[in-house]
Design a protein around this ligand. Structure first.
Ligand SMILES: [Zn+2]
Length: 274
């Protein structure tokens, strides 16, 4: 009883403070105050949103340039509804359309997200290099990255170079950061017999497989971003122990996984740990 009496007294006090039935000055203030408060709130909201956008943008820049696997979880969940593939290529090393569309299909199958490619920034001028050191390859790739991930689009960056990796002519691709991949196109080419002209064209099956293999690393395979299974299926360097896997360190062109761009059941199990 005494509580309800106290509450009634407080209510009355509150109503008074709100200026109901007060003098003219109070009445004026009461009609202005909500507008002032609304304006202040709007200004604060705009400032808060601006700060959030800047922080989100900067944290995306940092994560895009983070270690390999740093985007694995975001590919599978998080605020990103789609995965965009920015494709930059040195003149003479443009990827073929079929392997690109197969890469997009691979990305969609194992992320469950909408995938699309952006190849609009045009060719990187020919560099005339027989081979690239890692540092040279990373520098030229980095200098042509245009897209930064920002919800709802997570951007992966693929750069196709018209030279080998100086470490070995057999290195077809390299994932060097969370969203950055380099494909060394000459490593994927096979040349006709010199006697009939000997033009070199990329093997489109291997081209698609190399691109998807690197996408597998970006997704955190093999056990880069998640613990390995027991018994292990990964070799500790990010590759699969099974030589027929798409994530094997050396791709076997006769493997159905390589031909069809399929991950093995246990690799999908690893992705599901994310
Ligand atoms: Zn690899």
């Amino acid at each position: 009883m005494s509580k309800s009496t106290g509450a009634a007294a407080q209510d009355a006090a509150r109503r008074r403070r709100c200026g109901v039935g007060g003098d003219g000055a109070d009445s004026n203030r009461s009609s202005r105050d909500p507008m002032v408060r609304l304006r202040t709130l709007l200004i604060l909201a705009v400032v808060a949103v601006a700060i959030l956008v800047v922080l989100t943008y900067e944290s995306n820049v940092r994560t895009d340039t983070g270690d390999v696997g740093a985007r694995a979880r975001d590919i599978h969940s998080g605020p990103y509804g789609s995965v965009g593939y920015e494709i930059d290529y040195e003149q003479g090393a443009a990827p073929d359309p079929t392997p690109v569309s197969r890469l997009l299909d691979f990305g969609h199958r194992y992320s469950g997200k909408l995938t699309f490619a952006d190849q609009t920034s045009g060719a990187i001028p020919a560099q005339g290099k027989q081979c690239y050191t890692d540092a040279q390859a990373f520098a030229i790739a980095d200098s042509h990255h245009d897209r930064i991930s920002f919800p709802p689009v997570l951007w992966l960056h693929y750069t196709f170079l018209n030279g080998y990796n100086c470490a070995s002519n057999h290195v077809a691709g390299e994932t060097y950061r969370a969203t950055s991949v380099i494909i060394f196109m000459p490593a994927l080419r096979s040349c006709g017999l010199p006697v009939i002209g000997g033009s070199c064209v990329a093997d489109q099956v291997l081209e698609a497989a190399a691109m998807a293999h690197e996408n597998g690393h970006v997704m955190g395979l093999c056990a880069i971003s998640m613990p390995d299974l027991s018994p292990p299926i990964c070799d500790g360097t990010g590759h699969a122990l099974d030589k027929m896997s798409l994530m094997a360190p050396v791709l076997d062109p006769s493997s159905p996984n390589v031909i069809n761009l399929t991950l093995e059941g246990k690799e999908v199990q690893l992705l599901n740990e994310l």
